[in-house]
Design a protein around this ligand. Structure first.
Ligand code: C2E
Ligand code: MG
Ligand code: MG
Ligand code: MG
Length: 291
């Protein structure tokens, strides 16, 4: 909503817009520095098997420890990084850091599976698979321990190039997952051609499960479809025992959400797995299904 000033001819923005634009510009300037200064951290959120409650892996979620604004959410800075061409550098840092952590957990005797989110620009980088194999080789980790999550809408956007990239990625031995599933319009035949092993049901369906017969029907159909195609199903954003119970009844494979754990630092994660925060289960028992 730009307006024109009386006689000067300069366009200006309304105060709230002005602040928003200024904030974006400040953010992108800070982001450039943050990449050099390594102000980012990865936090890890467990996924658990619905039937056994054993941990099956974790999702890496990036946070920015901003020097003056505190801990910032990726919802705030990933779009800015995308827009200003900084996602390549940030994404490479995320991949490298996740691989380093997988190696560190391996050294502690934990064969932890880690899922990494990819954004649209990363998926369109021709050398993405090469960069990922280089990180895997550098940290000497088993590629099957890595899963890459791509949202359904991104996967659908440019189907042919996505197919090519997924083929390249699956050739290096990593796993693939479709994130926020149910919000886009994937066709059955397309899903079959993509070499994905997993669908993650979007949080919006999980939220509605207790109250909406439609949401239940959709989730049931998605799980049935995924299983026919040989895919695993993960539900994201599980917050209540009622949601967990419905999802378990519908044969959802894995569950992820605040009901089990919030994203944690690697140190907190190790403790959680060792049972400090989940009494009665040792990490050996909890890791049983990841072997
Ligand atoms: P996502 O991949 O769908 O990740 C799930 C988001 O839901 C995370 O938010 C997680 O903290 C949050 N969440 C998990 N359980 C619950 C729950 O029970 N209730 C609610 N309300 N929320 C829950 P987060 O960490 O803020 O990340 C938001 C999005 O930012 C991610 O959505 C992902 O698209 C993107 N993102 C995060 N890390 C990265 C990254 O390293 N690279 C890229 N490209 N994108 C990332
Ligand atoms: Mg994700
Ligand atoms: Mg998701
Ligand atoms: Mg989501």
């Amino acid at each position: 909503s730009a307006k024109r000033t009386g006689g000067s001819g300069y366009a200006f923005f309304e105060p709230h817009m002005n602040a928003g634009v200024r904030q974006q510009i400040e953010l992108q300037r800070d982001l450039r520095l943050a990449i050099e200064r390594r102000e980012f951290e990865l936090h890890y959120q467990p996924k658990v098997n619905a039937g056994t409650s054993l941990i099956t892996g974790v999702e890496a979620l990036v946070r920015w420890r901003h020097p003056t604004r505190g801990m910032l959410s990726p919802v705030l800075f990933i779009p800015v990084a995308e827009r200003f061409g900084l996602i390549g550098a940030l994404g490479s840092w995320v991949i490298d850091e996740a691989c380093r952590q997988v190696a560190a957990w391996s050294a502690q005797g934990m064969r932890m599976r880690v899922a990494i989110n990819l954004s649209v620009h990363q998926l369109r980088q021709d050398d993405l698979a090469k960069r990922i194999s280089a990180a895997i080789a550098q940290h000497k980790i088993d590629p099957v321990l890595l899963t890459f999550e791509i949202t359904e809408s991104v996967a659908m956007e440019d189907a042919e190039s996505t197919l090519q990239m997924f083929e390249d990625l699956s050739r290096i031995g990593v796993k693939l997952s479709i994130d926020d599933f149910g919000t886009g319009y994937s066709s059955l035949s397309y899903l079959r051609r993509l070499r994905v092993g997993e669908l993650k049901i979007d949080r919006s369906f999980v939220q509605d499960l207790e109250f909406s017969a439609d949401a239940r029907a959709i989730v049931e159909a998605v799980i049935g479809l995924a299983h026919v195609l040989g895919l695993k199903v993960v539900a994201e954003g599980v917050e209540t025992a009622a949601q967990r119970d419905v999802l378990t009844r519908l044969h959802c494979d894995d569950l992820q959400g605040y009901l089990f754990a919030k994203p944690m630092t690697p140190e907190m994660m190790t403790k959680w797995v060792e049972g400090d925060d989940a009494p009665g289960t040792s990490w050996l028992a909890k890791l049983a299904t990841t072997r």
